[in-house]
Write a protein that binds this ligand. Structure first.
Ligand SMILES: [Zn+2]
Length: 445
């Protein structure tokens, strides 16, 4: 199968349904930056793609950080004087502040309130809070639940452990013709939240499955890491191999119904930036392209100044811009199969451009070659399809001077990349274009 066939013979509706099923399967698991929830998540992913699970011991230095102690939680609750669970981890894992230290105590409501977090503006929603690097404990609950708590003494129990263990991450390498790599990364550290970032995990898995079925020029590396500390760990352990990464995408918040949003690489005009911008522009739907900023997901680490890797961030509605963000309302209703499949289709189009983006040399550069005698020119006037195909051939012939790639030509001509690519096939078949050898390919930014 040619790399041009990334999306053909693929039922995108089925892909959306599969991604949504994976999101639903992972939703109940209590994940954090370390612990059993990440392991369980990665084991479920192993039933779909043969990823490797890496374990890095607590205390291992990774650049300016250390792998934190491993956190695991079995149960947690707050009981009132009648012994009723008024806050119950079993009902929602968002109820406990992630990385809470173990606690068993009895305290009055006023004291307890110092450890309670709510969202008064959304009184039905439970917020998501973490305390990774400061020893603390706490509970999150809806503001309505808080209002119902009566004065008196409460019994608090957090059955958690925080001790020597490991940071766990998943990695899947899919070899292509070239050792040069495309990096696809997503974070796996959030508990029951769907758009941020079970959607990103599901999209990465579907891309890995699809890429495994087609001929690939590039090799692909998929990372499933806890946010921030996971990518820092991976970069620290793989520093010697980073020059292989030619393009990359961080995937997050790709299942909501908002417009597509792409955050550029720190370089600002890398090939991946141009490919995503081209795809979003030609898809015809509303979208937004943001400049790089050192805030967001793991692109911050990949684009730190010493590495400056060409890694952008592909999203629908970015973190913090949807009201459900980091709350219990980021649930299975916010993410829809159709939105996931649209995100999947856009990513496949981007990867297809990267795969095919080569420079060619016109073999007949002295004036236009006579296309008619080769059967490449319309014999009848007025066929619009034929006309744009001829235009694509003329653009290809004119700009194939060895320094323009197919993406340059698609951008310059305003024509669909698929049309440019299929016109390229015809011209190559007729000996009018020849791919530049690897060493003569223009270097990407
Ligand atoms: Zn988040």
């Amino acid at each position: 199968m040619n790399s041009a066939d990334f999306a053909t013979s693929l039922n995108l509706d089925d892909a959306g349904t599969e991604m949504y099923a994976l999101v639903s399967e992972l939703y109940p698991i209590c994940r954090s930056i370390t612990g059993g929830g990440v392991r369980e998540t990665l084991r479920i992913l192993q039933s779909r793609i043969p990823l490797t699970i890496h374990e890095v011991p607590s205390g291992t230095p990774v650049f300016d950080w250390n792998i934190p102690r491993e956190w695991n939680i079995r149960d947690a609750w707050v009981k009132n004087a009648q012994g009723e669970r008024v806050i119950d981890f079993r009902k929602s894992n968002l109820h406990v502040v992630s990385y809470s230290v173990p606690v068993r105590t009895r305290i009055p409501l006023e004291e307890l309130k110092k450890h309670l977090f709510t969202l008064p503006d959304h009184p039905d929603w439970i917020p998501y809070r973490t305390s990774y690097y400061a020893e603390n404990w706490g509970f999150c609950l809806s503001h309505n639940e808080l209002m119902r708590l009566k004065d008196g003494e409460y019994e608090v129990w957090i059955d958690a452990s925080l001790g020597k263990g490991h940071l766990t991450y998943g990695e899947y390498h899919l070899a292509g013709e070239s050792a040069e790599e495309v990096l696809i990364s997503c974070h796996v550290c959030h508990p029951s939240l769907c758009n941020d970032n079970l959607s990103g995990i599901a999209l990465a898995v579907s891309l890995a499955q699809r890429l495994g079925q087609v001929k690939r020029r590039y090799s692909y590396r998929f990372l499933f890491t806890p946010g921030t500390i996971g990518s820092i760990t991976w970069l620290s352990l793989n520093e010697a191999q980073l020059s292989r990464i030619k393009h990359g995408l961080v995937l997050a918040c790709v299942g909501d119904s908002g417009k597509f949003t792409y955050k550029r690489t720190r370089r600002g005009n890398a090939e991946i930036d141009r490919a995503v911008a081209y795809v979003l522009r030609h898809a015809g739907s509303d979208h937004e392209i943001l400049n790089f900023s050192p805030y967001g997901y793991d692109e911050r680490q990949f684009c730190s100044p010493a590495f400056n890797l060409p890694v952008g961030c592909f999203m629908r509605t970015p973190h913090g811009r949807f009201p459900e963000y980091h709350t219990s309302a980021d649930n299975l209703d916010l993410v829809r199969p159709q939105n996931l499949s649209d995100s999947f289709a856009r990513c496949l189009s981007v990867l297809q451009i990267l795969e095919e983006n080569r420079a060619y040399l016109n073999q007949n550069p002295k004036c236009e070659p006579q296309l008619g005698k080769r059967g490449l020119y319309r014999t009848m006037g007025g066929e619009t399809d034929g006309k744009s195909r001829e235009l694509a051939m003329l653009w290809l012939l004119n700009l194939s001077d060895g320094s323009h790639t197919l993406l340059d030509i698609a951008e310059e001509s305003g024509l669909e990349f698929g049309l440019i690519s299929s016109a390229r096939d015809s011209l190559v078949q007729h000996g009018l274009l020849k791919e530049r050898p690897e060493e003569a390919q223009p270097t990407c930014s």
